[in-house]
Ligand binder design. Structure first.
Ligand code: PLP
Length: 498
């Protein structure tokens, strides 16, 4: 059947790229028919004083059904959380409940203009004040800015506050300490803030090596940046000693809270001794994520650092009305308007829908899902740190590479053929052939089991038929790309007629 179909000229492959919207349609196709003119006809060129363009723009000429099919096809070529399990460790690709979208589309939110006077946006300000209070409570760090537009932007905001704090207290200091498991944005943030990075190693249990940390600490150190639970998916049980050691030299402790999925409603970074953290609403709080779209990386800090936060900050006055206030020693704005307001509405809806008990339950479920998968897979793949994990865990494909020449990348690509998005690979850097798996709390048990079965089947295939694994994927719109060339010589243009 397939062979016969392919012989009919003009039949396009179902899933492959089909071209641009400009290649669809015909010159007389119309999607919209404007109403009859009920005002006098004018010569545009005359009105514009001869400035009208002489050549018409090359715009798509398509019917409504062609538009619908074109974009539905593009969407079907993509893989998203709504298509299947997306266990991309550290990125928390959880399901985005549709009620969040409903709320964000309410006209009273969606049609607001950021320049409207404070008196006309009381509801929006109330939402932001309430969301900030919730984040302050979850983190144990009560002073909050919602302005940053992403996690990395939150890191930058917090470190600029740290710099302002130290400068006000004698000098900015020169170094920031980061463990070797850190997310790549951490060292980038440190450099952007004019600090030098000092890396500390992990111990054999995946925690910060406390002895090395103590050696690295002195009064040149401005801060420690730490992810807890860290990117190996482990909770650092020495956290109180770590933050105390940092404070002893007058430095500040920063928590990379991009991913609070394991601890929200269970333990609080503020209680662990951290002075600041950012939270990715587009991870933990179920707002859409990926494709470079809008996100939000609110920053929560201790009351004494609150004076340095960017402004203006939405506040509630004693008379029950809402307004804006800029902190005393504010580092200034980091984002126009109020940040990505639509994302804030979605996150607010999520926390209101779950409630306090629901947030804790989501965290517990995320940890349970990860531990379940870890136990199912740890005999097939190497598990470098065989401890109770948090919301994610890291396997190593070292055995498959050594015995059959099949790498973590090959396993990741083969998963695509089975309808799963691959886990994060080759991160964190301390694990060879790393496969970092985060199932999240929203995955049904049947899908967790299917994923485990497929991972085990791929390991089996790696031993019996390694070339098949190495050639994957076979079923995707785009087969395996040359990754080095894609980075060094990206070809992002579509040539008409190709
Ligand atoms: C995702 C992530 C970040 C960066 O967040 P962006 O919104 O992508 O800038 C930082 N740290 C950790 C641990 C992350 O997982």
């Amino acid at each position: 059947m397939n062979d016969r179909m392919n012989r009919i000229s003009g039949v396009r492959p179902k899933r492959g790229p089909r071209g641009l919207i400009l290649e669809v349609g015909s010159d007389d196709a119309r999607c919209v028919v404007p109403p009859e003119l009920d005002v006098p006809d004018v010569d545009l060129d005359e009105v514009l004083g001869g400035a009208a363009r002489s050549v018409l723009p090359h715009l798509p000429q398509v019917t409504e059904v062609e538009v619908a099919r074109h974009y539905a096809h593009l969407a079907s070529m993509n893989f998203g959380v709504d298509s299947g399990m997306y266990p991309l460790g550290s990125c928390t690709m959880k399901y985005n409940p549709r009620i969040n979208e409903d709320a964000a589309r309410l006209e009273g939110f969606a049609a607001l203009h950021p320049a409207q006077p404070v008196g006309a946006i009381q509801g929006a300000l109330e939402l932001m004040v309430t969301l900030a209070d919730v984040l302050g409570e979850i983190s144990g760090l009560p002073s909050v800015t919602l302005q940053p537009a992403a996690g990395a932007h939150g890191e930058l905001t917090a470190l600029l506050c740290f710099r302002a704090f130290h400068t006000a207290n004698g000098g900015p200091r020169s170094r920031v300490i980061i463990p070797d498991t850190a997310h790549g944005t951490n060292p980038a943030t440190v450099s952007m803030c004019g600090y030098e990075v000092t890396t500390v190693p992990s111990d054999d249990r995946g925690r910060v090596d406390l002895v090395a940390l103590r050696e690295a600490l002195d009064t040149d150190v401005a801060a420690l940046m730490l992810t807890n639970p860290n990117t190996v998916g482990l909770f650092d049980d020495q956290i109180l000693e770590i933050t105390a050691a940092v404070h002893e030299v007058g430095a500040l402790a920063y928590c990379d809270g991009a991913n609070l999925n394991a601890i929200m409603g269970v333990s609080r970074p503020g209680d662990m001794g951290f002075d600041a953290l950012h939270i990715n609403l587009h991870k933990t709080f179920s707002t859409p994520h990926g494709g470079g779209g809008p996100g939000a990386g609110p920053v929560c800090v201790t009351p004494s650092l609150g004076a340095f936060l960017p402004g203006p900050i939405p506040v509630k006055y004693d008379d029950g009305t809402y307004g804006l206030s800029t902190p005393e020693c504010s580092i200034g704005r980091v984002r126009s308007s109020y940040g990505n307001f639509g994302v804030l509405v979605r996150a607010y809806t999520y926390v209101r829908a779950l409630g306090g008990a629901g947030i804790k339950e989501a965290a517990e479920q995320a940890v349970l899902s990860a531990n379940y998968l870890k136990e199912r897979l740890k005999h097939t793949y190497e598990l470098p740190f065989d401890r109770h994990c948090m919301h994610e865990f890291v396997l190593s494909g070292r055995r498959q590479k050594k015995e059959h020449g099949v790498r973590a990348l090959d396993i990741a690509k083969r998963l695509l053929d089975y309808g799963f998005h691959p886990p994060t690979v080759y991160f964190p850097l301390i694990v060879e052939e790393a496969l970092m798996i985060e199932p999240t709390e929203t995955e049904p048990l049947a899908d967790l089991d299917r994923f485990a079965d497929v991972m085990i089947a791929i390991a089996e295939e790696a031993s019996t038929d390694p070339d098949t694994v190495k050639g994957a994927p076979y079923s995707t719109p785009v087969r395996r790309v040359d990754e080095a060339r894609a980075v060094k010589r990206p070809d992002l243009r579509w040539s008409v007629g190709e």
